[in-house]
Design a protein around this ligand. Structure first.
Ligand code: 7TS
Length: 410
């Protein structure tokens, strides 16, 4: 089922470049943002060269071409995540905007004093702060399902944390720090049992594994294009039709209206009700090309490749003296490994690795509360994707040994 990774690497021009003279790029930061294949770069280039105009308004040929391509990308994304209809795909700026849209539109109409929103301790700030803003305004309470020291959600406590006061349970399918793959079905089910809605942060799952929103029965789901071979500047919010239908617009302006008078406006139909102003046309086309590219690799093969690389990485990293891996042991986890090394600051690790052309991330990875829960300020994180090789993992491990000797830990 695995594909030829060397063949895949040829599709990504940046992977053939050198970071410093004679030092090839070893890109291990795809959880922050993935690299882009030629098909995506060319789809956007071709669009600008041959068919750019504003969408939904002109009767002229170019506007028709642009509209068809833009709406075609929506249909492609809908198929990719198993949505019943393209109208349930709202193009937003990124996953972050997806959460803000739901918090501001659904949340401000449905959340009141005393209501509870359940999150987990492993969330990215994008799935914390919008709810904190909402809770502050509405007098609602946010609760956090705890994580164990080895990075699993404490599922035994679900019944304690969910109640008839819970209006929404929003959680990551895959943690961007721990790598934990959460039991999404079970969590959605648990939310529905108490009458709450379930929102999935799919920023680290949709790029890496097959996701079917109808099978999951989630109410909302958000992800970003730039982590899945697509361009920056666009993300997706999926929602159940009846919920989206009932929600007020998030941003106002052109395109999101059916009619405007001096006294008021009539909102447009889905999905345009939530897409105010000239939309992200080239970005949607790029995302559509990225989805086609990933589909051509096959998402099960992508997942299997990452599992193999991650399993190998966990084994190799365990041989680095003083290294502590964050998150669950074993290889059934998302394609990333965050860690600390005794006596070395994560930023120092990242700096030493950079000299070898190895890009990793150091810091709190936008999950400060989780790091706090684990008693850390920061960690180093290597993350893997469709193009990561075992040799790159070897380079990472060698460089970590080198980092220890640079700081005289050997
Ligand atoms: N949710 C998760 C689980 C994420 O990993 C990220 C980005 C987001 C939400 C937000 O995505 P955005 O595109 O809206 O910014 N995570 C990371 C990361 O781990 N390192 O850099 C960005």
């Amino acid at each position: 089922m695995l594909y030829d990774v060397e063949q895949v690497r040829v599709d990504f021009p940046i992977l053939g470049t050198e970071v410093y003279p004679g030092i090839p790029l070893v890109y291990l930061d795809s959880a922050a943002s993935s690299q882009k294949p030629t098909v995506v770069i060319e789809a956007m280039d071709k669009y600008y060269r041959t068919s750019h105009a504003n969408v939904h308004r002109g009767v002229h040929r170019l506007s028709e071409l642009a509209t068809t391509a833009y709406e075609g990308a929506r249909a492609t994304v809908a198929r990719f995540i198993g949505a019943a209809e393209p109208e349930q795909i709202i193009f937003v700026g990124n996953a972050t905007e997806g959460f803000n849209l739901v918090a501001q539109s659904w949340g401000r109409t449905n959340i009141g004093p005393g209501d509870e929103i359940l999150l987990t301790e492993m969330e990215h700030h994008a799935n914390i702060v919008p709810w904190q803003m909402l809770a502050q305004e509405k007098g609602a309470t946010i609760r956090y399902l705890p994580v164990t020291d080895d990075g699993y959600l404490v599922l035994d406590k679900l019944d304690e944390f969910l109640s008839e006061r819970t209006r929404l349970f929003s959680f990551a399918a895959v943690s961007n720090v721990l790598g934990t793959i959460n039991p999404v079905w079970e969590l959605v089910d648990a939310a529905h049992r108490v009458g709450a809605l379930a929102m999935i942060d799919a920023a680290q799952s949709v790029p890496h594994m097959a996701v079917d929103v109808q099978a999951l029965d989630c109410d909302f789901l958000a992800f970003s294009s730039h982590k899945m071979c697509g361009p920056t500047g666009i993300g997706v919010l999926y929602g159940k039709r009846e919920l989206l239908q009932a929600m007020p617009p998030f941003l106002g302006g052109g395109d999101m209206i059916r009619r405007v008078t001096f006294d008021g406006f009539l909102p447009n139909d889905l999905p345009w009700k939530f897409e105010a102003g000239t939309p992200r046309i080239a970005e949607a086309i790029g995302l559509g090309a990225a989805v086609d590219y990933l589909s051509s690799l096959d998402m099960d093969a992508v997942h299997a490749h990452e599992q193999a690389v991650t399993g190998y990485a966990l084994e190799s990293l365990s041989e680095v003296p003083g290294l502590t891996l964050l998150g669950p042991p074993g290889d059934h986890r998302g394609g990333l490994a965050a860690f600390t090394i005794e006596g070395l600051h994560p930023h120092d690790i990242a700096e030493v690795l950079d000299k070898d052309g190895i890009a990793i991330r150091a810091g709190h990875h936008c999950a400060m509360p989780l790091h706090h829960r684990l008693g850390l300020n920061a960690s180093a994180r290597a993350s893997f994707y469709v193009y990561t090789t075992f040799e790159e993992v070897d380079k990472l491990t060698r460089a970590l040994h080198r980092a220890r000797s640079v700081f005289r830990l050997n």
